[in-house]
Design a binder for this molecule. Structure first.
Ligand code: NAD
Length: 276
């Protein structure tokens, strides 16, 4: 098998690295260091958000890495308080300024916040920015089928990506099936279950031993083989590297099934219908 990192095709003709690097809960200074390490390791996709407060650090890390901006797939997200047409346009400018770039590869509506009922206007602003060439691909995060149906019905434009909480003990099968029907790429957040009990599961420990890999690497392989984009986070250089070394082995069908069987409906974050 090839050790080359894999890419995924979007419904808008664009492509993205399947494995990226997430930077939630890292401050500006450490984000710059971590992003520089990640890019030097070989990652070419970085996932941040306005609310993480580290877009400047991400931009600094990209600049310091020596990797050309054009080789990097950069994602950021619009925060809930900025939803609405004009406020989206304004927040986008601020994100670009902090990131030190003039476009993003993927811009996501961070949460639908249905009680605000502004995600449709927000989406229309996203489409304008895409038409102006400043967002290469438009997507959403934490959207449920009802929210996706509404975007589609009102604008006819399907998001390229829906970034959702997803790990082996929270497999989101119904949402994933909806994505497959509509040509939406599934992107897994908290893919390692935030490094908690998931990684101690005996089946994972056994598979890790069998493959000479870590439990985290086995979990990342599970995401990749399901066809998801995946954005593990770490601040530790050795783990940043470890999480990238997942293209030189494969899980067989029985191993994939054993990991699927960890499904426990174990949501870590808030339910998207409830977060304001
Ligand atoms: P994660 O599942 O990536 O877990 C990260 C934690 O796991 C680390 O802090 C560390 O404690 C541990 N870890 C990392 N590598 C390890 C390894 N090799 N071995 C053992 N432990 C390891 O969790 P996350 O940070 O919540 O999610 C990843 C990214 O997803 C975030 O950084 C962010 O970019 C994105 N995210 C998006 C949303 C959203 O609402 N869209 C929400 C949460 C996270």
């Amino acid at each position: 098998m090839s050790d080359t990192p894999t890419q995924l095709d979007f419904n808008d003709g664009k492509r993205a690295p399947q494995l990226g690097f997430g930077v939630w809960q890292i401050d500006d200074v450490h984000a710059a260091e971590a992003v520089e390490t990640a890019l030097q390791t070989g990652y070419r996709s970085i996932d941040t958000a306005a609310i993480y407060g580290n877009e400047k650090g991400v931009g600094d890390g990209i600049a310091r890495s020596g990797v050309a901006r054009s080789e990097i797939f950069l994602t950021t997200k619009l925060w809930n308080a900025d939803q609405g047409y004009d406020s989206t346009l304004k927040a986008f400018e601020q994100s670009l300024r902090r990131l030190g770039t003039d476009y993003v590869d993927l811009y996501l509506i961070h949460w639908p916040t249905p009680a605000k009922d502004r995600y449709l206007d927000t989406w229309k602003a996203f489409l304008r920015l895409r038409d102006e060439g400043r967002i290469r691909s438009v997507g959403v995060s934490n959207f449920q089928p009802a929210h996706l149906d509404r975007l589609l019905a009102e604008t006819g434009v399907t998001p390229a990506v829906n970034q959702i909480e997803l790990h082996p003990d929270f497999g989101q099968r119904e949402l994933v099936a909806y994505h497959a029907q509509h040509g939406i790429v599934t992107e897994s957040w908290s893919p390692l279950g935030q490094g908690g009990e998931l990684l101690q599961q005996p089946v994972l420990v056994e598979l890790a031993k069998r493959h000479g890999k870590s439990a985290a690497q086995v979990v990342l392989r599970w995401h990749l083989q399901h066809g998801y984009m995946v954005i593990p986070k770490s601040q530790t250089p050795s783990r940043i590297r470890e999480n990238f070394e997942v293209f030189d082995f494969a899980l067989d069908a029985a191993a994939m099934q054993a990991l699927d069987a960890l499904e426990a409906g174990h949501r870590i974050g808030p339910h998207p219908d409830q977060l304001q």
